[in-house]
Design a protein around this ligand. Structure first.
Ligand code: PLP
Length: 388
């Protein structure tokens, strides 16, 4: 097959818009076909020189989407999975029983629960620490025994920021790898591998796809080393693969990634600034606000925007937070994030008992609607919740 890919001199935005410029060699179609075959013809001498053997590990549509992701993250390779959780757990299952792991106290709650309740059965020793505090992280790693430091930045749902270059130095000094859940940052605003991380994970269900219609996950590796190969083997053997139709939709979503997340991030900053002075809002949590405790770090580490995620803490506690979420019309009251439609969620009630999320917190995922409409709708809901 002729390689019709453009040279790497184009920007990531350009390469992504054209899905790496892949053109169908038979029809010259600008959108490559979706490859659905589960099996492939062997060579007469019984080899598989095409590189495609069987549909579980081998699918061209999946590989094409992986190439776009690897380009975004400047990775030596990328792997797509059937969900963000499948991608994340494949990293931990690439470790060996007895290995020590450090992860954040505040992180995507389902993964934290899996680490504490399930990963320990695999023999992993898990310590949770505030990874935004590098001294605490340094004290938590066990040189020679810690094999993985997992961080999430900005982290769900308080949007604390972890210093990736600092965390990479701490992890590497202890002989561990650094893995980063960069879902909220998106590859547009943060380049974890360039800052020293070894693995980047995305819940591709979120901003990468961007249309709330695909569940997918991704891992991007700095080096195609034994660790990356173990994660790839986990995907192949445990079967946590992404289907070709989902890979196609994800690739279509990634064509507009740059435009969508820049628009949503500008809206998030605008809303954060406006609600910071709202009479019924106690606090706005957003790394783009100068009042955020790690704003200076975020400004250095995140380039071009602070992301589409923010949270507000309602004055009047849990009851007024829940009443506010009940009163919106344009915002959609739903879990998840990163779609073109803006979402609002009373986060503590989905995370359940033991959550570090304050009960008065509403998590907001800014979409691409008119920011004035989003402001007016939430302002009205806040005022109504307070009897206004
Ligand atoms: N990481 C983060 C930051 C998330 O928000 C989520 C899902 O909400 C995940 C991981 C898990 O992704 P998925 O739901 O695709 O398994």
């Amino acid at each position: 097959m002729t390689d019709t890919r453009p040279p790497r001199r184009w920007s990531k935005r350009s390469l992504s818009a054209q899905a790496m410029g892949k053109v169908d060699p038979i029809t010259r179609a600008v959108v490559p076909p979706i490859h659905v075959a589960t099996t492939f013809i062997r060579d007469p001498d019984n080899r598989y020189t095409s590189g495609f053997v069987y549909g579980r590990p081998d699918n061209e549509t999946v590989r094409e989407a992986e190439a776009v992701l690897a380009m975004w993250e400047e990775a030596s390779s990328a792997l797509l999975f059937g969900s963000g959780m499948a991608a994340a757990t494949s990293v931990f299952l690439a470790l060996a029983p007895g290995d020590h792991v450090v992860a954040p106290t505040v992180m995507y709650w389902a993964l934290r629960n899996w680490l504490l309740e399930d990963a320990t059965h695999w023999g992993l020793e898990i310590d949770l620490v505030d990874t935004s505090d590098l001294e605490a992280l340094r004290a938590a790693v066990k040189p020679g025994r810690t094999k993985l430091v997992w961080v999430e930045t900005p982290s769900n749902p308080l949007w604390t920021v972890t210093d990736l270059a600092g965390a990479a130095a701490v992890a590497h000094a202890a002989g561990a790898r650094l893995a980063v859940d960069s879902t909220a940052a998106t590859p547009v605003f943060t380049r974890p591998l360039a800052l020293g991380a070894d693995v980047v994970m995305h819940a591709a269900t979120k901003a990468l796809n961007g249309h709330s219609d695909v569940v997918a996950g991704a891992l991007c590796f700095r080096a195609d080393d034994a660790f990356a190969q173990r994660a790839a083997r986990n995907r192949k053997m445990l079967g946590a693969v992404l289907g070709p139709f989902e890979a196609y939709l994800l690739m279509r979503g990634m064509r507009t990634l740059d435009l969508r997340v820049r628009a949503a991030s500008a809206t998030a900053l605008d809303l954060a600034q406006r609600f910071a002075n709202h009479p019924h809002v106690a606090e706005v949590l957003y790394p783009g606000l100068p009042s955020h405790p790690q704003h200076a770090l975020a400004a250095r580490q995140m380039q071009g925007g602070f992301g589409h995620m923010l949270s507000i803490r309602a004055k009047g506690g849990e009851a007024s937070a829940v009443a506010t979420a009940a009163g919106v019309e344009l915002w959609k009251r739903a879990t998840s994030l990163g779609g073109v439609e803006s979402l609002i969620e009373h986060r503590a009630s989905i995370e359940g008992p033991g959550t570090p999320c304050p009960p008065d917190l509403l998590r907001l995922s800014a979409g691409i609607e008119d920011p004035d409409d989003l402001h007016a709708d939430l302002d009205r809901a806040l005022r109504r919740a307070h009897g206004g």
